[in-house]
Design a protein around this ligand. Structure first.
Ligand SMILES: C[S@@+](CC[C@H](N)C(=O)[O-])C[C@H]1O[C@@H](n2cnc3c(N)ncnc32)[C@H](O)[C@@H]1O
Length: 282
């Protein structure tokens, strides 16, 4: 397996797709700071994986909602460390042709390593969702989990997704709702730290309007869940994966979280996550 980072002008000898690494976009800072590799994202995934109340793990729930033909062609954008496929390795139909993509080569490498034990042949490609180097109407499904809110020119990305989908093909896009991580965000605000939810422009509550310009039959599915966190450390790691509070702010956050755990046995955090399923017009 190799990660393909071809230039658009290059021919691709024997390659399945001509793929291009596009670096000249405004998300460069995010790539350098946040998504150079999966370390920050893993801290956030760990909090949810360990302390979620819903017994159906998030990646299994997401997979349950995929309605893709047995020989379908699938493009995942912003795949991160490949958690969706690593956690569903036991039930991926043999006929699915799956390309995992991300604009971060470090993330893609992590996905490749995480999936090395999964018995399925994946393709990997560095792709910016705003410039997808695939032919028109060439895929049955596009998966874009917790990534559309990062994209500076989302209409451009949605137009690209629509273009590469076959008529009737579906976009599966997960994101968070307004209340996601509410208690933690309130605590951060109280100590003077701006929580990252303030920066989410594509939420469960407003995403439909944006999708409606390109897609029909838009469905919103919600994953009912909350966190009961019984240790302070994973919360501190979660915060530090994305934000830079000073020492006194961190000390105050730890004091409150540990106090709650001592009093109630756990620090309760509301979750609000779900998935848009949207069909390309026929
Ligand atoms: C919050 S992570 C989600 C990862 C994975 N989809 C998941 O749900 O675990 C967002 C991912 O989107 C990627 N990303 C952000 N902007 C992107 C863009 N314009 N094109 C492609 N990938 C992008 C990041 O590198 C990161 O891996």
């Amino acid at each position: 397996m190799s990660i393909i980072t071809l230039n658009r002008q290059e021919t691709c000898p024997g390659a399945v797709y001509c793929l291009v690494a596009v670096w000249e976009f405004g998300s460069m800072g995010m790539l350098e700071d946040q998504y150079r590799d999966a370390a920050n994202l893993n801290a956030r995934i760990e909090l949810h994986a360990r302390f979620s109340a819903n017994r159906v793990p998030w990646p299994r729930w997401v997979f349950d909602h995929l309605d893709i033909p047995p020989t379908g062609t699938i493009l995942e954008l912003g795949c991160g460390p490949g958690t969706l496929w690593a956690e569903n390795g036991d039930r991926i139909p043999a006929g699915w042709s799956i390309t995992l993509s991300d604009f971060s080569p470090g993330m893609l490498e992590e996905a490749r390593q995480n999936l090395s034990a999964v018995d399925h042949e994946f393709k990997y490609a560095v792709i910016d969702a705003q410039d997808i180097p695939l032919p028109d109407k060439s895929v049955d499904a596009v998966i874009a989990n917790h990534m559309l809110y990062h994209i500076s020119d989302r209409p451009k990305a949605l137009a690209q997704i629509c273009r590469v989908l076959r008529p009737g093909g579906q976009l599966y896009a997960t994101t968070n709702g307004m209340d996601h991580m509410r208690e933690l965000d309130e605590l951060l605000s109280r100590v003077g730290v701006t929580p990252s939810v303030a920066h989410n422009p594509f939420k469960l509550e407003n995403g439909r309007e944006e999708l409606a310009a390109w897609f029909t039959d838009i469905e919103v599915c919600r994953h009912e869940d909350h966190l009961n966190v019984t240790e302070a450390e994973p919360i501190m790691n979660y915060i530090l994966s994305d934000l830079s509070p000073d020492d006194s702010q961190l000390g105050e956050i730890r004091r409150v979280v540990e106090g709650e755990i001592a009093l109630h046995g756990a620090y309760y955090i509301t979750k609000s996550s779900g998935m848009f399923i949207a069909r390309r017009q026929i």
